[in-house]
Ligand binder design. Structure first.
Ligand code: DC
Length: 229
């Protein structure tokens, strides 16, 4: 990447816990702004999936790291998003299985994995302006972004949304428990835990539709731009 490449790109950071509605909102927001959508969690899932494919569980840190170093991650634009391939293969559905769900939090807690993923994420401004969703986008990946949002929703609503998404593969109670476990790991890990950036706008989306949330964010971006000019 050249020194000035991506310098004019804008990044909108959307952070929040699992099933807070970040993905749907971020995708739609990216479309409305004409920016590219980036799902940062997919990269942690990609590293996890690549390891699992080689029979390496998420808790075997040393082998997860060797696997990550040996795999070739490459990035490209597809359908309004920046996506990645691993050794030429683009995993999509493979990233969302229950096995990956169970193994990804320990992988995402490994400092060396985080350093690598943050480096990849920062490099993506070379593709243009981005709406990037995750847990630490406003606090760690792009702390200088003037556009930071933290989406949340009541635990019951998050569990209900995730249960619907999973089309009955697991019970509502199991989904609720799994979300609770992941919230704990994500917010207690030592490096870049999930927390609200000091200058983020917090949006509680409980009872709100996707379009309502997108409108709130668009209006906030507009207001911040007007203030800055
Ligand atoms: O958003 P998700 O469920 O796809 O995230 C998968 C895992 O990666 C989850 O354990 C949180 C973690 N993650 C992270 O630590 N930092 C990010 N920016 C995005 C995801």
């Amino acid at each position: 990447m050249k020194a000035d490449e991506g310098a004019a790109s804008v990044v909108v950071a959307i952070d929040g816990p699992a099933a807070s509605g970040k993905s749907t909102v971020s995708r739609r927001l990216a479309g409305a702004l004409g920016y590219l959508y980036v799902d940062s969690g997919a990269l942690y899932r990609g590293v996890t999936w690549a390891a699992l494919e080689q029979g390496i569980p998420g808790t075997d840190t040393a082998r997860v790291l060797s696997c990550m170093a040996a795999c070739r991650f490459a990035f490209e634009v597809a359908d309004g998003a920046v996506v990645f391939t691993i050794d030429g293969f683009r995993p999509v559905g493979q990233l969302r299985t229950e096995t990956v769900n169970r193994n990804v939090s320990p992988v995402a807690a490994v400092p060396e994995v985080r350093v690598q993923v943050v480096e990849w994420l920062r490099s993506l401004v070379r593709f243009g302006s981005l709406v990037m969703e995750g847990r630490d986008i406003g606090t760690k990946v792009f702390p200088a972004s003037p556009f930071k949002f933290y989406l949340d929703a009541a635990p019951e609503e998050r569990a209900r949304r995730r249960h619907e998404e999973m089309a009955g593969q697991v019970s509502a109670a199991e989904v609720g428990e799994s979300l609770k476990r992941r919230d704990l790991i994500d917010s207690r890990r030592q490096m870049d835990p999930l927390k609200v950036a000091a200058d983020a706008r917090v949006i509680d989306s409980t009872g709100m539709g996707v379009d309502d949330v997108v409108q709130v964010i668009l209006a906030d971006i507009e207001a911040r731009r007007a203030c800055a000019s």
